[in-house]
Structures are given as C-alpha cells and as structure tokens.
Design a binder for this molecule. Sequence first.
Ligand code: PMP
Ligand code: GLN
Length: 377
Amino acid sequence: MNPVFADLPVTVFETMSRLGREHGAINLGQGFPDDPGPDDVREVAAKALRDGYNQYPPMMGLPSLRAAVAEHYGRHQGLELDPDTEVMVTSGATEALAGAIFALIEPGDEVVLFEPMYDAYLPLVRRAGGIPRFVTLKPPYFRLEDEALAAAFSDRTRLVILNNPLNPSATVFGEAALSLLAGYCERFDAVALCDEVWEHVIFDGARHVPLMALPGMRERTIKVGSAGKIFSLTGWKVGFVMAAPELMRVLARAHQFLTFTTPPNLQEAAAYGLGKNDAYFTGMRAGLARSRDRLATGLSGLGFTVLPSAATYFVSIDIGAADDVAFCERLVRENGVAAIPVSAFYETGRVKNLVRFCFAKTDATLDAALERLSRQA
Ligand code: PMP
Ligand code: GLN
C-alpha cells in the first residue's frame, strides 16, 4: 500500500491545539470563543432534539432554515434570495467550500487564491486538480492591488476564492477592492467563491459588503456563511451557501455525496437564531470589540507591535526579525500560551513575522494569558 497525502498537510490548528494541551497552555490559537452562545438558540436546539428532529432532513436543508437565511440576508445585506432555488444548508462553511471546489474545478483549471488564506482552501484546490495562482497580500494593510490581480488571472481562471472579512489578517475588503475584483471575474468569466463566515464579526461601525451585491456578480458568486460564527457556536457546523439557481444545481450535486444533510435540530435552532433582532448582533460585536481592545492593549503594554483588527476573533503582533513558527513554539513551551504563526496561511509570499492570537475569551483568560506572556524567558 502506498497512501498519498502530500497535498493534505496537518492543519496548523490541530498542531497548535495539540501542543497547547501537552504544555497545559492557554489556547489563544485555534479560533473558538469562551462565550457559551445564546441560551435561547441552544434551548431551541435541545427542544428540537427532544421533539424528534432526529432523522434525515431534506437534502437542501430544512425549509424553515432556508427561509430564515433568505430573510436574514435580505434584512442585513439587502440581498434578494429565493429560499427554494438559491439557498442550501451545509455541514459548516467547510463543507460548502469543499463542495464548491469539488463541483466546479476540473483538473488543470486555475484558481486564484489570496494569501494569507484560510488553511482549508489550498489542499482542497490541489486535491481537485486545480492549479493555484496566488495573490499575495502584505502586512500591515493587506491591500488588493490591480497589478497583482492582473498577474494572477488568465483565460484558464475558473474560480476565485475570497475570504471577507479576512482570517487571519482581521482586515475587511470594502466596495473599492471588491469592485476591482469583480471586474476581473467578469472579464475572465470566473466564478467567485466568497467565504463570508466573519460577516457579522466586524467592528468599529464598519459595514460588510457582500461580493454578490456588486454589479455583474449576482450570477457568478457563491456566498458562504456559518452559524458557528454568528452564534459563537463553532462546534455546530451549520453552514449556508447562496448562489443563483444555475450554480446552486451544481453545488447541490456535490452536497449529496459529501454529507447529504446536516443535523436537523441544529438547523431548527439556526433558523430561529437568524431572526434575532439587531440588538443581538450589536451586543455580540460590542463584547468582542471589548475583548479585542483588552488583549491588544495588554500586548502593546508588553512591548509588542500590534496590528489593527477590524473583524474576526483575531489580533496579530509583528515580531520583527524573529521567525513566527519558532516564536510560537517557544511561547507554548515556555510561556504556556498557544498562538498561530501566520506563515501557515502563506504559500509563496513568505511572511514570517506575524503571530495571531484569538481574543474571543473571558477577561480572566485574556488577563492570565497576558500575565504568562509577561514572563520573559
Ligand atoms: N472559513 C473561514 C475563513 C474560517 O475562519 C472558518 C472557521 N473559523 C471556516 C471557514 C469554517 O467554518 P465552519 O466551522 O462553519 O466550517
Ligand atoms: N477557523 C478557526 C481559526 O481560524 C479554526 C478552525 C479549525 O480548527 N479548522 O482559528
């Protein structure tokens, strides 16, 4: 037997969480919140489980959740979605991404990826036989530049995978950057897979602009969302995918053979939760922004150079000439704090001087981590 796994590496989240456990570290690496999630949403899930929502739900998702997704994105982002033909429920955003990549890529197709990129994209693209073309975004602003796009797109470009807001840089692409990208997608007749799982976790009054809403993009964008991020329930793995009917038919084919369905009690609870009023979303953002400020201020106080964080659960520090992987290994072993080396999100444009911390934690956890970080080895 000769198992092949060269293009399926071990994810940095697994590596760092395991190292963290071994060293009894505070885990500010993998992004998951201390917040237990809204009581009422969890109660609806528990009740649905007791009430018998336990057999295979419809392949495309519970009608209640598909309707709630359409209503939610109409209310928050002005999108008009037909719940019957343009919305599908997946087992997390991860399944939606994998399904879209497997459904759309033929071996030899080119795929434009923006690094730093979420770690799932590249292994999936390679496994599907796609040829990655990288656009490297550099700190501290991670701007989308016209020349870099011009160099990455070609007549063989099939798919573009954008994450907005962007994990790990915690930056947000606004209308100007998205229009630039939309122009290239139209010109080269490419489909955009837009991973918008962080759309509600955005701070300081910024507004999320869905790529799908840009001129020319309605028919060629696959929008991906996740209940995990909307309700601080990352283990739930309830995702939603939205696309025009023609694209959706292809995505649904892939979904049939990946997971077919997603636990119905969690779908029922997500449907309920998506109807929450603005106060919930404002409150979630305010709480996370406070945690961001607490960690960022603490890190600056320790002498670290802290990058701005406009979204997500993450803030990064610039460690100058040090190597981020070595730095994180030392941090977990000697200080008992797990973090993520941002070079794990780069393939070509080696940026090795950034370290990502998750701030979605209680004040006590953040303070304890800062205290540990203050003990210089
Ligand atoms: N995309 C990005 C950019 C993410 O950060 C994450 C997880 N944090 C996911 C996808 C995965 O989402 P899910 O847990 O819904 O599969
Ligand atoms: N998305 C989470 C992060 O960026 C981790 C998800 C995972 O563990 N695969 O930290």
